[in-house]
Design a protein around this ligand. Structure first.
Ligand code: ADP
Length: 571
């Protein structure tokens, strides 16, 4: 009875309870799965967002194409943006891809696809552009057959940047090759140019030796050897200048200088040569209200000297060489200058004018034969003027004459501008004439000279030549010894010092600076560098350390005499 009652009331209750527990369990399961699904969904959409963002931020794009019918199954989201081709249009017709490339590229790609055996990866380089855009991109297309899905995976990689870098590198490589070739050509040309006079010098010396019993003939051969050596020296200087220009090592100075002083120097440099050749010669200064400018006086002078030397060389007696400096304008603290060298010489053939600034160019083979020269002067002048941001204009008529005009702008130097009221390139003051004469007649006879020279042969030659003229020389073998010998000498015991620069223990520059610092009354003794360091920079440095002049080796003893005369007669 009790059991019946229990069964009657409890069983439905238990069933209800079980149903309730089951429902709660199911609800729990459902909720757990929902949370999992939500998490999964979140993570999938996160990944998709990541992939889409990844694809959208790249310039690469890809397609999945079914192998059997070339139906496009997938296109990366940035495809349309990158190619300008509508996705739907592409999915309905794969041929729409042709819109990206030129017909020629399309034909090449189709040919290569046909030839491809579907193994490995086919890589194609293409130039493409988004339809409607002018801008060409460079791409690498890789096509691979995915065996598992029988689909082609086509990936377009935008390589425009890499191409640009590669093109730049290719260009630089080409340029480097060209420069290296130019250097090789320059070296072989230089070697030829040096060997030619060298051969002449050695030949003349052996002839002199063979005719030693015939003084007249020996003298003739030695004279020829000497002039060939002079030519060789000029050539070496030009070659060094040229190679310094080509390697970018030539630097220009920016210091104040006087244009009238430059004109005066040129005038006195060429006056006697032009007179001797019976040429009309004049240096003119026109329209100047400024005379001091800032720039590289030595290099500018070097350029004009080259033009004048050529003008003198190529103009027969009776002709004229006129140099004109003209101030054209004055703008923003600079004067614009015209420097013209005009001659009435043989002129230049019109087809050669375009080649005149190339190194080693001469009009024809007979030029070197008749007039000498190496064909480097113009190339050097052109480079220097271009470094000064100027230009050279050449005008010439065969048989009538030539004019070289340099246009440059130079900053006006600070301070007063004492422009001479009248410029007299002709006629010198009496004092100047007398002084020049005294310098010309100056000899080394009786001078007591300290020679600092570490090289025995050079020392022997210098001592013998100068002693032949009556000078007394004492030799120091390095800078330290030179300073010591000077310190130990009695005041005014030496008249001058000739100082090699590159010496062991102490250089000539250091020795000169040390002598200048000695507290003796004669510490201002004339000191001349006598050195194989022949660059303009070396000459400048000699002056900076307080020397009176710089004589380049091989030594021209006429110059030694002139410099010593100038220094000693002015004391
Ligand atoms: P170089 O004078 O040593 O031969 P340059 O470079 O100074 O070398 O000149 C190159 C060539 O230009 C000369 O050899 C010559 O043929 C020609 N040239 C230069 N200046 C003149 C000039 N004033 N008159 C005629 N020809 C000239």
């Amino acid at each position: 009875m009790v059991l019946d009652y229990f069964n009657y009331h409890m069983v439905p209750l238990l069933i209800l309870l079980a149903a309730l527990v089951f429902s709660v369990f199911c609800l729990g399961l459902y909720l757990r799965e929902r949370v999992r699904a939500k998490r999964l969904e979140a993570s999938v959409s996160g990944e998709r967002r990541f992939y889409e963002a990844f694809a959208a931020n790249r310039r690469d794009f890809f397609l999945l194409v079914r192998q059997s019918d070339l139906h496009i199954l997938y296109v990366s989201p940035n495809f349309e943006e990158m190619t300008g081709i509508d996705q739907e249009r592409l999915c309905s017709d794969i041929e729409a891809l042709k819109l990206m490339v030129s017909p020629k590229t399309a034909r090449r790609v189709i040919r290569e696809l046909k030839e491809w055996d579907c193994s490995g990866e086919l890589r194609l380089e293409i130039d493409y552009s988004a339809s409607g855009s002018e801008q060409v991109s460079h791409g690498l297309v890789s096509v691979r057959l995915e065996e598992s899905t029988s689909c082609y995976l086509v990936v377009f990689c935008d390589n425009t940047q890499e191409y640009k870098i590669r093109d730049g590198l290719k260009r630089e490589l080409g340029q480097a090759r060209q420069e290296s070739q130019a250097k090789t050509d320059f070296l072989s040309k230089m070697s030829h140019e040096i060997r030619t006079p060298m051969n002449g010098i050695l030949g003349m010396l052996s002839l002199a030796k063979a005719h030693v019993m015939d003084p007249k003939q020996t003298g003739y051969y030695l004279d020829r050897a000497e002039s060939l050596s002079q030519f060789l020296l000029t050539l070496i200087n030009d070659i060094l200048d040229m190679s310094r220009i080509e390697s970018g090592k030539m630097e220009l100075e920016e210091v104040p200088f006087d244009l009238f002083a430059v004109a005066e120097k040129l005038d006195s440099m060429f006056r006697s040569t032009t007179e001797a050749k019976n040429l009309k010669w004049d240096v003119r200064m026109q329209d100047f209200d400024v005379c001091r400018v800032v720039g590289d006086e030595l290099r500018l002078t070097q350029v004009i000297i080259n033009f004048i030397s050529n003008a003198v060389k190529f103009t027969p007696p009776g002709g004229s060489v006129i140099v004109t400096f003209r101030q054209m304008h004055k703008i923003e603290g600079k004067i614009h200058l015209m420097i013209r060298v005009r001659d009435t010489g043989k002129g230049i053939k019109s087809d050669f004018i375009s080649k005149i600034f190339r190194p080693f160019e001469q009009e024809d083979a007979s030029t070197a034969h008749h007039y000498g020269g190496s064909g480097l002067g113009m190339a050097i002048a052109d480079n220097i003027v271009r470094m000064m941001n100027g230009e050279i204009i050449v005008e010439s008529e065969e048989g009538k004459g030539t004019e070289f005009v340099v246009y440059i702008a130079l900053p006006i130097a600070e301070g007063e501008q004492e422009v001479p009221e009248t410029w007299k390139s002709t006629g010198e003051e009496m004092d100047d004439v007398a002084r020049k004469k005294a310098i010309e007649e100056f000899t080394l006879d009786g001078l007591h000279i300290l020679l600092a020279e570490d090289n025995d042969v050079n020392a022997e030659i210098a001592m013998e030549i100068m002693e032949m003229e009556g000078a007394v020389l004492e030799r120091a073998c390095d800078g330290i010894e030179a300073v010591r010998m000077f310190e130990e000498s009695q005041e005014n015991g030496y008249d001058a010092i000739l100082m090699d620069i590159q010496m062991p223990n102490m250089t000539g520059w250091e020795a000169a600076a040390a002598i200048r610092k000695l507290g003796r009354a004669d510490a201002d003794i004339p000191i001349f560098a006598m050195s194989a360091n022949a660059f303009v920079e070396d000459k400048r440095h000699s002056m900076e350390v307080g020397m009176n002049g710089h004589i380049s080796k091989p030594v021209d003893y006429k110059e030694v005499r002139r410099l010593m005369g100038e220094a000693l007669l002015n004391r």
